[in-house]
Design a protein around this ligand. Sequence first.
Ligand code: AHM
Ligand code: MG
Length: 340
Amino acid sequence: MSQNMLITMDEFTIQETRKFPQATGELSALLRDLGLAGKIINKHVRKAGLSDILGQHGATNVQGEEQMKLDVFANDTLINILKNSTDCAGIASEENDDHVCYEDTYSANSKYVVLFDPLDGSSNIDVNASIGTIFSIYRRVSELGKPCTEADFLQPGNKLMAAGYIIYGSSTMMVYATKLGVNGFTLEPSIGEFCLSHPNIKVPENGKIYSLNQGNTVKYSEGMQNFLNFCMENKKEEGRPYSHRYIGSMVADLHRTLIKGGIFIYPADKSNPKGKLRLQYECNPMTFIVEAAGGKGSDGKGNILDIIPTELHQRTPIFIGSKNMVNKALEFVQEKETVA
Ligand code: AHM
Ligand code: MG
């Protein structure tokens, strides 16, 4: 094979699936469907500044048609593509109050459900910064042949079969993780395919970048404030102070953390005593990916993936990234837990 030969995401996924003779190919098909949704969303994100699509949902454009906000478009795209897929029994989305069951015969016999945040970081659309789609795939626990149930969507992250994200950045990439590892695929626009560009991603054990909304410092616990002082302390021999980088778009901040190392934190604070980010749509899939790449994700006490969800939209604090940096942050926050 020529060194310059591209491997598409489909080819790669099928090769990986062949390592398991009992695999039916349903998970591969689902990943392909998610990739297709990503390509369609990408097409619209790329012209966000040009088209009416940037308008507020509910607004009316010059033709008198209702304008559709990009995150609503992304949500509808994912719901429809997965509905037409033969491999998804139902979905739950950060944009919907309740889960959605696909009730046709094919779907009722599908063994997977998908959760997603269709367009995370959407407040960044107006300033042309990177945004992304985050997804999680679980094997359903409800009876095959019947509609899926809420219990299928309230499984802990340690039951995930696969998780990933599509980042609409300088280029468009799809990164997905299974227990076998994490691989990244860049969209090759001329052939319209995601191609393997970042095989076997490993998050560095140590990092020099901390990423959080530092403007909230006065609302953080004493332990968090002490950790920030540690990051900012000038200790040249230890490579400190660390750099602070925060896009305010979890996919973009986590993608950097995955490639370069570092820590991303959205802690509990005075205004958000349970944190801000969603366990099922953001924190579980990202922790699954980062763990599969050798990193770590915690809610400040234990592994994010061990939390048993009790409601679809529950929130959790998160400390995630390079193992040693997360452990260091946890030392500080566990010492002085009280939120200021
Ligand atoms: P969203 O799902 O409404 O887009 O909110 C989630 C986003 C994350 O992408 C990001 O990490 C965080 O909110 C930023 O929050 P803040 O502006 O409070 O720092
Ligand atoms: Mg979100």
